[in-house]
Write a protein that binds this ligand. Structure first.
Ligand SMILES: Cc1cc2nc3c(=O)[nH]c(=O)nc-3n(C[C@H](O)[C@H](O)[C@H](O)COP(=O)(O)OP(=O)(O)OC[C@H]3O[C@@H](n4cnc5c(N)ncnc54)[C@H](O)[C@@H]3O)c2cc1C
Length: 314
């Protein structure tokens, strides 16, 4: 891709008649991830509207250039070699719109790039209940849907009605949420598909009730998570019926460190960047921790964070 970036293909894909938005070359992904880790993306594109997104997507497919949709970058580890092809940012897609409501329920359309916490605040301010447990989860609404984010018994899938997805042929299709296979920290949205927006349904409640529940969840989070240090949230999924954090702690890994990455002493399933951490260090620490848990409990931990990118820049 590096060569393609420099040649005429890029000029065609991002020509003014086809694409409106921002385009940056060799953009350090450490600027776009909560871990502050990650080498350069060949291209970092911020389409301004749906037409530009579709045109770009179609040209990328035609030219066999890979692309990676990015939300808030809070559940992703980008390798030190960065990302081949185009990273698509959804920063410009952040509209929340009321579609319909009655005395008990409201239906909202939410664009993928909407910060999840903006949606949580909007719901609280209007007395809409159903996503209070998602308070404090960073990142975008789109990222939350793609990974079925959740906490305290709440999951985003429980409020979804339908999803608008850009498919491989660059067509936008609407799917009923019940037809999509959501599971623990995963959705049936396939790699290569792009979530544009989704409709959600929330229950009407008293504003102070919603706010009180949110406050309760936020204070639990502040107590139990190192929210002030760069991390990507939970590194490993909880094995069925167990807590990955507890297993890591009991395997003696709390505070373990490889160069710039440390297993948090507050929450053992959070690995934090202590300064100049690299993805290489992070993956070594993941392997070391997984090895210790396996040795002690015979349990194989599965990553929750998505690891993407190349080992080194070509
Ligand atoms: C301090 C902290 C606390 C956290 N607490 C929680 C928690 O309690 N519960 C929880 O579930 N998670 C938690 N997380 C993890 C993370 O915030 C969530 O998983 C979040 O929903 C990820 O959203 P994002 O926009 O940052 O996704 P990104 O990291 O940007 O992307 C994640 C994946 O989704 C894909 N993706 C993103 N947007 C789209 C799109 N529009 N279309 C197609 N694919 C897309 C990306 O390609 C990538 O594969 C926490 C993270 C941190 C740093």
């Amino acid at each position: 891709m590096n060569n393609q970036v420099k040649d005429g293909k890029t000029r065609e894909i991002f020509s003014e008649s086809l694409f409106k938005g921002e385009v940056r070359f060799m953009e350090q992904m450490s600027l776009h991830t909560s871990l502050r880790i990650g080498g350069p993306a060949d291209v970092f594109a911020v389409p301004e509207d749906i037409l530009s997104l579709r045109n770009m997507h179609a040209s990328l497919k035609r030219n066999q250039i890979p692309c990676l949709p990015l939300g808030g970058g809070t559940n992703i580890l980008v390798r030190d070699g960065g990302i081949e092809g185009v990273v698509i940012s959804f920063k410009s897609f952040k509209k929340i719109e009321i579609l319909s409501e009655d005395d008990n329920y409201v239906n909202l359309s939410v664009e993928a790039g909407t910060p999840l916490q903006r949606l949580v605040r909007f719901s609280a301010e209007n007395g809409f209940a159903g996503i209070e447990g998602l308070a404090g989860i960073p990142g975008s609404f789109g990222g939350a849907v793609c990974g079925n984010a959740g906490a305290f018994g709440y999951e985003i899938k429980d409020v979804l009605v339908s999803l608008a997805i850009l498919d491989y042929e660059s067509n936008i299709k609407n799917y009923k949420a019940e037809g999509i296979d959501f599971g623990y920290r995963k959705s049936g949205i396939l790699p290569g598909e792009i979530l544009i927006s989704a409709e959600i349904t929330l229950k009407k409640d008293r504003k102070d009730n919603v706010l009180a529940r949110i406050e309760g969840f936020l204070s639990k989070k502040r107590e139990k998570q190192p929210v002030w240090e760069p991390s990507a949230g939970c590194v490993f999924k909880n094995p069925p019926g167990l807590s990955a954090g507890k297993l890591i702690d009991e395997a003696g890994c709390k505070g373990m460190r490889i160069d710039g990455v440390e297993v948090s002493s507050i929450h053992a399933n959070f690995f934090v960047n202590k300064g100049k951490a690299t993805a290489f260090d992070f993956i070594r620490l993941m392997e070391e921790v997984a090895h210790k848990v396996r040795e002690k409990f015979g349990i194989l931990l599965e990553p929750e964070i998505r690891i993407v990118g190349r080992e080194s820049v070509n």
